[in-house]
Write a protein that binds this ligand. Sequence first.
Ligand code: GLA
Ligand code: ZN
Length: 664
Amino acid sequence: MFPETDVILHGADYNYEQWLKYPEILENDIRLMKESHMSVMTLNVFGWTLLEREEDVFDFSPLDERMDSLHKAGIKVILATPSGARPAWLAAKYPEVLRVNAARERELFGMRHNHCLTSPAYRERVRIFDEKLAEHFKDHPALLMWHISNELGGECHCPLCQEAFRKWLQEKYGTLDNLNEAWNTAFWSHTYTSWQQIESPSPKGEFLVHGQNLDWRRFVSDSHISFLRNEIEAVRKHTPSIPVTTNLMYYNEGIDYVKLAKELDIVSWDNYPRWNAERDSFSVALDTAFFHDRIRSLKHQPFILMESSPSSTNWQNTACLKTPGMHEAASLQAVAHGSDSVQYFQWRKSRGCSEKFHGAVVSHDGRSDTRVFREVSKLGLDLEKLSGVRETGTKSEVAVIYDTENAWAINEIQGYKMSRKNYHETLVSWYAPLYKRGISVDVIDQSADLSTYKLVVAPMLYMVKPDFAGKIRQFVDDGGVFVTTYMTGIADENDLTFMNGAPGPLEELLGLRVEETDCLPDFRTNTVEMNGLSYSNIDISDIVISEGAEVLARYTSSFYAGSPAVLRNGNAYYVAFRSDGMLEDVLISDLADELSLSKAPVKLEEGVTAVRRGDYLFLINFSDKESSFTPDHEMRDLLTGKTISGEETLPVNGVMVLTDDGRF
Ligand code: GLA
Ligand code: ZN
């Protein structure tokens, strides 16, 4: 993946543009980078105006100077194309590059990540810049990877985007009749009789035609992807063998990352968990683990942790510090789940503007005798001991389905329990019992190949796409186990409900049909009984008629007491109610035994996680107390070199990277 390095990368966003008037700081930076074991710096994310101060007047000398200095110090460079923020002259000369919001107001110049996705002028200026940049640095020995733009996202509703949307729709539907059918426009007399009548969703106009909203989101996602492609082509023209990435985000549901990832050589992402801002670290670790697994599963190969905070994150509501050791625990968690780097935003705290209080390796005092600097340096040293982990893969026997278009459609629903649809939380509640047992999980969407898994869990699969039903049938026929829940099989890819009711095309596979769905206010819960144990049901309860499925659990309260709550049809399970987590835990535990899913070779205490990558086992203590464990055979800790055979203790935030040289 990285032809010029053999280490797990350690680095940061280096906004050297802000320090050009302080040559002693720039010089000191290199010394401090060496001291903290940095192997890579990301440059030029916001460097456009410095290098092209006037249209077509390029001066790459400041960047030359930085790249050369870093190279002399043995530090590689991830070079960004600076399209995330444009020069003021460019916006003044080409106002079409400025985004128009959904209320149809054009923004003024300012901020960042806000270009029109369609503007030919912007694409052209970006392409010219990128080609010049790539041509200039193509033979630079420090150039390791391209970082295209920055955190793509958002949408534009300008006239150019409206035209492009209509064209996209014409290509998709061919005729207006097809479009009207797919969007169900007879509802409220919204039938379109000319393509020109169609507008993007707006709070001032149409926003309740769900098929239209869905297509708009698909169009916006495709626009980001084609914007990205334009940039990738520009840099590949001069550097065909330098890998390209772009930095993805947390809850960015504006882009279908599965599609976007196909354009990239390496997936990278920016990860800012709320460490210490939640009551317990384990729940933060759990959520973060789920995202790491999702990012890794986009290409089923190691990824890059492009940004994380070495200290606090200023834009969060409460900018908590990381407690001692938390930095190492959080960073090695990323490596455990497949990252081949630990990188930060940012190397040095800026003096002004909105990020002057964002955590950085070097703070305003410029010192290296600080707690943060020491912890970052220790991690740098530890990463050097883990070079064997680099490029090793993760083998998962279990997949959880997280489908972006399904998330979009669920968002639109006017019904069920509006304030607690909780798709993400539900996915994590099914992921949790797997994670707690040290069972590796891939997080994939409906388009993925399922043949390598033993267990596929697809909670709240509201939208079932045309080939999925056949694929999951095949998977089950081949011996795989499928688990799904309430709110599944309700709508097709146009968000039109299935004509046989729920679970639509999964009816035969699951051997049941859903007659009604009850929703519970926060103050009411139902009870469910399974094998003599009582479970609590919150939020949602399907009233199900079995059509051959075996009933494993029944409701014991409400007017539907006695009706099925968990059903099994061969290898396909249907959980008809939302539980508080207990049902997930029991069912997954039983299935893990039944399917002999490979789990952690140590018994874990609560809050301690075990994640396997290649021949390595990462143990991390995210609980608030010291924990002890006994491995079931002898292992070696790569961080301390110690052999572990009997009972061991792991302090709070403690990490061990164990290997048994291939016996796991
Ligand atoms: C994002 C951006 C960075 C910076 C950080 C702050 O990830 O890419 O430029 O603003 O947030 O957390
Ligand atoms: Zn636009």
